[in-house]
Design a protein around this ligand. Structure first.
Ligand code: SF4
Length: 541
């Protein structure tokens, strides 16, 4: 049975009247004041109450307090024990949550864990973030016409494992889970395998493997992995989550070869080359949802969209400047590392449009600046200010179309070495410039120039390109102009927000694993940062 206290009717007696004027003002202008004044009445209690019976069972805690405690726990990055203590004794928490009775001021840790599990299982974190952020946007009159977007890599609470470590942990996890769930099936596992993978004792235990022999031992561990998969396929063990991980690791890390000649009694597992292992593989069986990115490592990616205003002269975000309106995070999404940033823009903008927070201008880095993303944003009537990714070859020092001088129709006037082409031509799909090959042969940039000796006429070098390439060149040159840089410099402010999220809200040291828990924590910490920012602005109002 759920409990909901009436929060709209005022109190007959002011519980906080014994506070002096200064302490009262401090409380009202802190995060606690923002929470109590703007958010407490807008918590999604109805959505949570749907999952509790309205008549049967013990009365729940007041749902406003329940949801409030979950938010404040993440806002302050507290352990469960510290949260229970804060709820019991912290005056700011009592003020923020409108605690009115002894029953409201105490949760046991198990109750807290159960509500959090329910919240995560029902995916209420996203709803909570969106509803309360929308409320803050309206309450603080935040201008959402200009926003910026960026992504950051996050790591859950998991160790980095070698490939051998992944296989060993996978086998160990499966064996331990099988022992708990089905002791009869567990008893069929070879005792030597249990000794080597679970007990980690004696000769051949994988815990004692030195790096120099790990490749040979990976092959050995692969055979054990395959043997377990073959032994337990078609049994009750198939229902275990650890068996699904075991099958996934076997599929991703090894090629299973059936011996057609009949010399081998069973199939064998051959170790795959590292380049053939998919990025979205299991990096640690403790967190099979995480994925791998060659630049960012193992973990998750979070997309963040926030508002920005130009009354922050340094463009560093308004945590450090004296501003009248907070920059608020309006959109958060946690996804796999294997998804490109540019592919998440459309969903982000659709979500903001649904909530009436669609920006007129969005700033992003070059990961968001592809031509298709620009075109999509034009259909949504959003001005995407993001530089194009560098031209192919530019980063490796090759000359590109940007280095050639073109006329208004896109035809080459001069090459980077100031040589005029002998002829130029244009069709609907291709433009071309021809240079005297003897000039090019004398040129010090010949090896890094895109011109190629003409196949049909050996006295010329040819450079062919497309009209799309001409348009991209125009855009890239515009991106070096002062007009572009004057607007684009405001994008850098979101780096400060990322830093705040990681170090002030402590997303850099997470204690959770798995996609649902990561989403929960990231949404609530982003909401926490919004509350801190509103409190900061509120101190000046
Ligand atoms: S190789 Fe030929 S086209 Fe290229 S920069 Fe040198 S002279 Fe110009």
């Amino acid at each position: 049975m759920f409990t909901l206290r009436d929060r709209r009717t005022g109190d007959l007696f002011d519980r906080w009247s014994d506070l002096g004027e200064k302490r009262r003002r401090l409380l009202e202008r802190s995060w606690a004041g923002v929470f109590r004044k703007h958010l407490l009445e807008n918590l999604p209690v109805d959505e949570l109450s749907h999952h509790l019976d309205d008549r049967l069972g013990r009365p729940s805690k007041d749902l406003h307090v329940v949801i409030g405690v979950l938010i404040l726990q993440q806002l302050h990055d507290l352990s469960d024990r510290a949260t229970v203590e804060a709820l019991a004794f912290n005056m700011a928490w009592h003020y923020a949550l409108g605690v009115q009775s002894e029953a409201d001021a105490y949760f046991c840790e198990k109750t807290l864990r159960n509500y959090r599990r329910l919240f995560i299982a029902q995916g209420l974190d996203e709803l909570l973030f969106q509803r309360l952020t929308d409320r803050l946007v309206r309450a603080f009159d935040v201008d959402t016409s200009r926003q910026r977007m960026d992504s950051t890599a996050l790591r859950s609470a998991m160790r980095s494992l070698t490939r051998l470590g992944i296989v060993v942990e996978t086998i160990s996890k499966f064996v331990r889970e099988l022992k708990r769930s089905d002791p009869a099936l567990h008893s069929r596992i070879d005792a030597d395998m249990i000794r080597r993978y679970v007990d980690c004792e004696g000769d051949g235990a994988f815990a004692n493997t030195s790096p120099s022999v790990s490749r040979r031992r990976l092959l050995e561990a692969g055979q054990d992995l395959l043997a377990l998969a073959l032994q337990f396929r078609g049994t009750a063990a198939e229902q275990l989550s650890s068996f699904a991980i075991l099958e996934r690791v076997l599929r991703d890390q090894f090629d299973v070869v059936e011996d057609g000649s009949g010399k081998l009694a069973t199939p064998i597992a051959i170790v795959r080359k590292p380049a053939d292992v998919p990025c979205d593989t299991v990096g640690n069986p403790a967190d099979p949802d995480s994925s791998f990115n060659a630049h960012k490592g193992q973990g998750y990616m979070a997309q963040i969209v926030e508002t920005w205003c130009d009354d922050d002269p340094d463009g560093k975000g308004n945590d450090t400047a004296n501003v009248s309106s907070p920059d608020l995070i309006t959109h958060v999404e946690v996804h796999k590392m294997t998804v490109h940033d540019g592919h998440r823009v459309e969903d982000a903008m659709a979500g903001l449009e649904t909530r009436n927070l669609k920006p007129a201008m969005l700033l992003g880095d070059s990961h968001y600046g592809a031509g298709e993303t620009k075109a999509m944003m034009r259909t949504r009537e959003i001005d995407l200010v993001a530089p194009m990714p560098p031209a192919k070859g530019a980063l490796s020092g090759r000359l590109t179309l940007e280095d050639f001088a073109l006329d208004a129709s896109g035809l080459v006037l001069r090459c980077p070495n100031d040589i005029k082409p002998t002829s130029t031509s244009a069709s609907r799909v291709r433009l071309q410039a021809r240079f005297d090959l003897s000039d090019c042969r004398r040129c010090p940039d010949m090896l890094r120039c895109p011109v190629q000796a003409d196949k049909y006429d050996g006295s010329f070098a040819r450079f062919q390109y497309t009209p799309v390439r001409v348009a991209n060149r125009k855009r890239r040159l515009y991106e070096q102009s002062k007009a572009f840089l004057d607007i684009y410099r405001w994008r850098a402010g979101i780096e400060a927000t990322m830093s705040r999220l990681k170090h002030q809200m402590n997303l850099a040291n997470l204690r959770v694993r798995g996609m649902p828990a990561m989403r929960y924590v990231v949404h609530l910490r982003a909401l926490g940062l919004n509350i801190h920012r509103c409190a900061r602005v509120g101190q000046g109002i």
